[in-house]
Design a protein around this ligand. Structure first.
Ligand code: ATP
Length: 292
């Protein structure tokens, strides 16, 4: 069954969650259309893993609603979801081949041929015990397990972090091929802009448990500008439009989300790079900016 492209793959509405006195998620709302590849970006502790667990139906948030293809996240949505947690939980005593066999027995939609092809592509030796594999190989095996389940929604918690640069590009290529072939929806968390650029078509930025930006990457880049000038010149903008100002000698550099037309006159400005956009938000955790 391919993904239903009319219903959003993931809808997060007003989701809040606390652990003890620690607020992990605060009124989070965003939508992921079916077939999109979305980066969930945030600093350590921003709430990315908590949000992914809620999307996977493994954590029931204190308030708000999470829907997967229109159904409340939970046991019912599980067969359509492939979820890989940060620690890539696998049985260390099993071999790679045994792990794939377990996957085939537990998942009704398991694609054995695809699993073996992906394992071969990742150079995973069938006879090797999982516990003896390097972290990067364990992470790739966890991804094989998630993909061979043939999910409609793939939730990946920092999938590229344990990988070397070559493996990163290989895994990104595998994900892109799956998306192109099956229209799989992917939500992956990452800290690394290079891993997101060219791979993800949407971005959700979380700071301190709040959604600061949720938009298509190109629309977000078009909707912001980096302006360089004396601080006073930024007064042309409403304070709500200024995401971040950084002093640089007599001048300052600002990330701005203009609500009107682009500035004219003495202010030099350019379209932000993805790194400038994301860093501007990540460095200013508390300012509230509406989502696109
Ligand atoms: N089981 C838990 N018990 C208590 N606090 C938790 C628990 N899980 C997460 N937290 C706290 O909730 C906040 C959000 O954590 P979360 O792991 O979701 O962030 P993250 O963005 O995934 O971070 P990282 O990039 O470091 O993985 C943090 O302050 C974290 O310490």
């Amino acid at each position: 069954m391919s993904a239903d492209r009319t219903t959003p793959a993931l809808e997060v509405a007003g989701v809040a969650h606390t652990f003890g006195r620690r607020r992990a998620l605060d009124d989070c709302s965003f939508t992921v259309p079916a077939g999109a590849v979305t980066a969930l970006v945030g600093r350590n502790g921003a709430g990315k893993s908590t949000l992914l667990r809620a999307a996977a139906g493994l954590l029931r948030p204190d308030s708000g609603e999470v829907r997967v293809f229109g159904e409340p996240a939970g046991d019912g949505s599980l067969p359509r979801i492939g979820y890989v947690a940060q620690q890539a939980p696998l049985y260390p005593m099993l071999t790679v081949a045994q792990t794939l066999t377990v996957g085939s027995r537990l998942n009704p939609r398991w694609d054995a041929a695809y699993a073996h092809r992906l394992a071969d592509d990742a150079d995973l030796p069938g006879a090797a015990r999982v516990g003896t594999l390097p972290a990067g190989h364990r992470s790739r095996l966890a991804l094989v397990m998630a993909l061979a389940k043939r999910p409609d929604l793939l939730l990946l918690d920092e999938p590229l972090a344990p990988l070397d640069p070559v493996a990163r590009t290989e895994v990104a290529g595998t994900l892109m091929a799956d998306v192109a072939e099956r229209g799989t929806t992917v939500v992956l968390s990452s800290h690394v802009v290079a891993d997101i650029d060219g791979v993800c078509d949407r971005v959700v930025v979380l700071t301190e448990g709040r959604v600061r930006l949720a938009a298509e990457v190109e629309a977000a880049l078009d909707g912001h500008l980096v302006a360089v000038g004396a601080g006073i010149e930024f007064s042309a903008f409403d304070s709500s439009e200024v995401v971040e100002v950084r002093a640089a000698g007599a001048d300052a550099t600002a990330l701005i989300r203009p609500t009107g037309s682009a500035p004219s006159g003495g202010l030099a400005w350019h379209r932000p790079t993805l790194e400038e956009l994301l860093l501007g938000y990540l460095r200013t955790p508390t300012r509230q900016v509406p989502t696109a």
